[in-house]
Ligand binder design. Structure first.
Ligand SMILES: *[C@@H]1O[C@H](CO)[C@@H](O)[C@H](O)[C@H]1NC(C)=O
Ligand SMILES: *[C@@H]1O[C@H](CO)[C@@H](O)[C@H](O)[C@H]1NC(C)=O
Ligand SMILES: *[C@@H]1O[C@H](CO)[C@@H](O)[C@H](O)[C@H]1NC(C)=O
Ligand SMILES: *[C@@H]1O[C@H](CO)[C@@H](O)[C@H](O)[C@H]1NC(C)=O
Ligand SMILES: *[C@@H]1O[C@H](CO)[C@@H](O)[C@H](O)[C@H]1NC(C)=O
Ligand SMILES: *[C@@H]1O[C@H](CO)[C@@H](O)[C@H](O)[C@H]1NC(C)=O
Ligand SMILES: *[C@@H]1O[C@H](CO)[C@@H](O)[C@H](O)[C@H]1NC(C)=O
Ligand SMILES: *[C@@H]1O[C@H](CO)[C@@H](O)[C@H](O)[C@H]1NC(C)=O
Length: 335
């Protein structure tokens, strides 16, 4: 008897373990998105000012002398082509160049204003980052704006935090630049959801999730002018009956006389323990194309101020009453 009970309880433990395992893998596969950190790296900027004798080493030169306003070089403009290194050694191999200018702009203390480009031209990175802003040198750290980029840093935006690493006499200073890109060319959040639209046809009241609010016009044979208002379920997989993780509320209308083309404007509404907030999406759905990109123009709550792209792909089309669209949502700005 004891043996049987023992066998039985072993079976229960095994069952519990299996159940736990399948629950955890299930929870994992149901994860809505991966929150990837945006790009961050530290580089050192070395500025050797030309003083009339250091031609071999100088990397920058004053193009205007300072004015006599105050004692802090007010008005002095320096043009530079400086090496950027990964550590704080001047003679380390540069990983980029910094080209641009700064000038001193305060009469009561040292303060500079920078505008420059980091130029990457290695096997690791090709492209540029454009940075501008005030360098309030008396602060321990100062934040400047990364306002744009090209190549590997296409359309980058972010912050470059300056910290003075060393200031040797008048001719050499070194800045640590901690560069944080908030929108790399990879999305900071990405997830795929399925949109299910069941059009009301007069009899399917129980199941319909959308209805024609304005009938088509007679211009062409592709429903031009037909306006549909929807409150559709969004699911993680392509099963209509899976529990929705969000609702899509908004409208589309057909707008082309020679083929099916629609124009969407809608909100994804998240109201679960996992996510609260909204994502607003708008754009043209050129239904003949395999995939179509619409714009994510804003968000609230967990998706505060987001922007990005929603890529549509028609997953299925069943007569006039049901269609399903895969929406691959890539957010490039996350806060
Ligand atoms: C110019 O700077 C170099 C270091 O870059 C220094 O060795 C030299 O003494 C400086 N010359 C003058 C005239 O200040
Ligand atoms: C200046 O350059 C020369 C050779 O180009 C080098 O020997 C010297 O160490 C450099 N000085 C500084 C301060 O970097
Ligand atoms: C720059 O200006 C200062 C004072 O206004 C003067 O002493 C110095 O000689 C000037 N330097 C040059 C290179 O013109
Ligand atoms: C980048 O590097 C390549 C190979 O070293 C060189 O041919 C090219 O001129 C460089 N481009 C720039 C913009 O520095
Ligand atoms: C309405 O749509 C439902 C499916 O949602 C379908 O079963 C039914 O036949 C349709 N009725 C008409 C009149 O088209
Ligand atoms: C419509 O809803 C009923 C019950 O609400 C369900 O049994 C049926 O499968 C649904 N039809 C479709 C096409 O989803
Ligand atoms: C919508 O318009 C079409 C063509 O103009 C017409 O055949 C149809 O009956 C209209 N439907 C409704 C519900 O008014
Ligand atoms: C969100 O869910 C909560 C709890 O289920 C509910 O009380 C609330 O009304 C919902 N809000 C919206 C906007 O759907």
């Amino acid at each position: 008897m004891a043996r049987i009970v023992c066998k039985y309880s072993l079976f229960i433990i095994w069952l519990v373990l299996i159940l736990q395992y399948s629950l955890s893998t299930c929870a994992h596969s149901k994860k809505l998105y991966e929150n990837k950190p945006c790009k961050r790296f530290v580089l050192y900027y070395h500025d050797i000012l030309f003083n009339g004798t250091n031609i071999a080493n100088a990397t920058s030169a004053a193009t205007t002398n300072y004015t006599s306003l105050g004692n802090f070089k007010h008005g002095m403009l320096v043009v530079f082509d400086d090496p950027m290194t990964k550590d704080n050694h001047l003679l380390s191999t540069p990983v980029a160049r910094a080209q641009g200018f700064y000038f001193y702009d305060m009469k009561t203390t040292y303060n500079a204003w920078f505008s420059y480009t980091l130029i990457f031209n290695s096997t690791e990175h090709k492209g540029t980052l454009n940075i501008m802003g005030a360098d309030m040198m008396s602060e321990e750290t100062r934040d400047l704006s990364v306002v744009g980029g090209t190549g590997d840093f296409f359309m980058a935006r972010g912050i470059a935090t300056f910290r003075t690493d060393v200031a040797q006499d008048d001719y050499y200073f070194r800045l640590e630049m901690d560069i944080k890109l908030l929108n790399e060319n990879k999305p900071c959040k990405r997830f795929t959801l399925y949109y299910h639209d069941i059009l009301f046809n007069g009899t399917n009241v129980a199941n319909a999730t959308s209805a024609t609010a304005v009938n088509r016009t007679k211009l062409g044979d592709f429903k031009l002018g037909m306006l549909v208002v929807f409150d559709d379920p969004m699911t993680i997989d392509n099963h209509l009956l899976s529990p929705p993780v969000a609702r899509a509320q908004g409208f589309y209308f057909y707008d082309m006389k020679t083929t099916y083309n629609a124009w969407f404007s809608y909100t994804l509404i998240f109201n679960s323990t996992e996510h609260k907030g909204t994502i607003n999406i708008m754009g043209a759905d050129m239904m003949d194309e395999e995939t179509r990109d619409l714009s994510v123009v804003g968000g609230t709550g967990d998706f505060f101020m987001t922007r990005g792209i929603a890529t549509f792909r028609t997953d299925t089309f069943q007569g006039a009453d049901y269609f399903r669209v895969q929406m691959d949502i890539k957010l490039y700005e996350c806060y």
